[in-house]
Write a protein of this length. Structure first.
Ligand SMILES: [Zn+2]
Ligand SMILES: [Zn+2]
Length: 272
């Protein structure tokens, strides 16, 4: 059973297709269920506050239209990818209460810092190995801060900065030096009943691995983690459902017996 729990539509600035188009493509690809997780980034790409991130009525209208056009072909849930929740804790909690089914808590940029993506697209972020390590240090701190805040169901794409740092001259960098901090993160997630997503978008690009990487999926299991979702992070129809089978295999190989879908922020455990 294939369920894509990270999928974007034109509600997100960087996506190309409507929810209905994405849902029909997912049905065509043989998926049973998808959950839309459009960007609700509380900072914009430059790291400035983004007060227009949550447009509830617009989002719900898109969802209703998708249900009408594709709801008989595939099960469709409505979630959000809530970015930088820890930068605006009160706002994040208020938005989280309005998202029907599921929230991915993501960190695309650090406080008062541009999106990690921009560091590989013209902005001077990855100026030295020491500078990269300092960013990853702050990244680990902000993941933990996000986990403590709790306005999410799973933590999104752990390792996102590496996708950009590695192509900027530091292919050898990874998160291993922060293993103790990541254990701390996983302990908080486990103790609060929250989870980790396996984001398969890295398999399609230069990163060549999932986010988090295989050793971290294993670490999540070894820390007593139970909740995992698997998502393609598709931004266009051609990517709907991409890598889900590989994500499931990785979960199984890491010791998990179940992956999760969500309804009203409650997990359903599905045998792998
Ligand atoms: Zn993201
Ligand atoms: Zn995403």
């Amino acid at each position: 059973m294939l369920c894509d729990y990270h999928i974007h539509s034109v509600y997100s600035d960087d996506a190309e297709n409507t929810m209905a188009e994405m849902a029909l493509a997912a049905a065509e690809a043989g998926l049973s269920e998808i959950c839309f997780t459009d960007h609700v980034d509380l900072d914009d790409i430059d790291g400035n506050p983004n007060p227009n991130a949550w447009r509830r009525e617009e989002y719900l209208a898109m969802y209703r239209s998708a249900l009408e056009k594709a709801g008989d072909r595939i099960k469709i849930k409505l979630g959000a990818e809530l970015g930088e929740a820890n930068h605006f804790p009160d706002e994040a909690k208020a938005i989280a209460a309005e998202v029907p089914d599921f929230i991915i808590g993501s960190t695309h940029n650090l406080k008062n810092t541009p999106d990690f993506y921009l560091g590989a697209h013209g902005t001077a972020l990855y100026t030295s190995k020491e500078a990269c390590a300092a960013l990853l240090d702050r990244y680990a701190d902000e993941l933990i801060e996000t986990a403590r805040l709790g306005a999410f169901d799973v933590i999104g794409h752990i390792g996102y900065p590496l996708r950009y740092i590695r192509v900027c001259g530091y292919p050898e960098l990874d998160l291993r030096p922060w293993e103790a901090r990541l254990r701390e993160l996983f302990t908080i997630l486990r103790d609060t009943g929250r989870g980790v997503e396996i984001n398969t978008s890295g398999l399609r690009g230069t990163l060549g691995e999932t986010m988090p990487a295989a050793w971290l999926v294993r670490l999540w299991h070894d820390c007593g983690g139970e909740v995992i979702t698997i998502g393609s992070d598709a931004h266009r129809v051609g990517d709907a459902g991409a890598g889900l089978a590989e994500g499931q295999r990785l979960a199984r190989d890491s010791g998990f017996e179940y992956f999760c879908t969500f309804s009203e922020h409650k997990p359903t455990f599905i045998k792998l």
